[in-house]
Design a protein around this ligand. Sequence first.
Ligand code: PLP
Length: 429
Amino acid sequence: MSEETHSKSRSLYAEAIKVLPGGVSRNMICRKPHPDYATAGTGCHVTDIDGTVRIDFANNTASLIHGHAHPAIVSAVTEQLQRGTAFSMATESELRFAQHLCSRNQSFEKIRFMNSGTEAVMAMIKAARAITGRPKIAKSEGAYHGTYDYAEVSQKSKPENWGLADSPASVPLARGTPQRALEDVVIVPFNNVDQTIDLLNQHKDELACVMIDPLPHRAGLVPATPEFMEAIRAWTTENGALFALDEVISFRMGYGGACDWYPNVQPDLTSLGKIIGGGFPVGALAGKDEFMACLDPTKDRLPFPFSGTFSANPITMTGGLVAMERFDRAAVEQLNLLGNYARKEIEAAIHSTGTEACVTGAGSMFRVYLKSKTPTEYRSAWQDADEVQKINFLVDHLYHHGFMMIGTCSAALSTVLGKDEVDQLVESL
Ligand code: PLP
């Protein structure tokens, strides 16, 4: 596609760079030579300001489970919009949504709403510290948990500074992360039970929680093994730390989240976000009553003050409830089957060209790697500059042929996608 076909986007971007750093508010929107500007989304299609229509496999980084402008969500939210969008009062919408989410997962005895996944992770870490009185957290190498100092440690671990070693100097991410934050984070290798337990034991009296994303996008988009999850559950119980599960992305894997895939494991606290908002900004912390009590403002002495002006706003609560009610057990199962189909077909298509590649993922998510060996954790998933360049080329190729992927060549399916759209993607690949 020539630059001429993007002329309106190009001129908007020229204005944007004058008022927004880099012209954007989200790093992942950046594209070279400029991002295109969306004007409308309907179902699985997004139209940009220059009139190009693409099939959306990114779904706002895995946050739209029913695609764009689902009529039932639009109708419920429009009705609520006319009655007000934010009050210094409780609303019934918050109560009904809380009841619905708590009914989906046994470990969600109570839930507190907030505005983003980052906030949910931040609340989870702070709650774990307040409950245990301990300073440190453990997280797995390279895993993304949003933008909060402790959650960011080791996100960009690479061969020169692999983040497993105990020294904080080996795990810096950004110059903005305080040294004290680095010292309070223990980095463990995903899915490696022996090394993880060994590292946890070295800090056992100081650890408030072990935080795990069961399907970490940057660690290969490979699911946690049951052995890994069970070992962390057992270790945290034995050593007075909390098992903190980050389901901001992975909740789409099961009716009660990825947690359903591990019948022997119940987390103490779970962070949520993305799909539960029905397309509106959201985060939530859910968990056992005894732990969630630390957020109870009716207590005489609140161990952990946490609030937010727009938390549980009725627009998100209304849109979220409609979206999640429609993502019932049958819808979850159907979408996961579509995910299986996509992974199988894409792998076969790539192999038929003789290219060294593999497809990882689970449930409704998949990621294409131009590697001959399927990654199993962060280090084997790590891509050098050459591999990144090739993946960028592939993502660009798909984009210019009408398919929007997450920038890592990953996809998060929505219920409005079907085999037809997957087949078109396979053909283009
Ligand atoms: N945790 C995980 C596992 C995520 O994937 C993300 C975002 O991608 C976050 C937390 C942060 O969520 P948000 O972007 O809503 O702040």
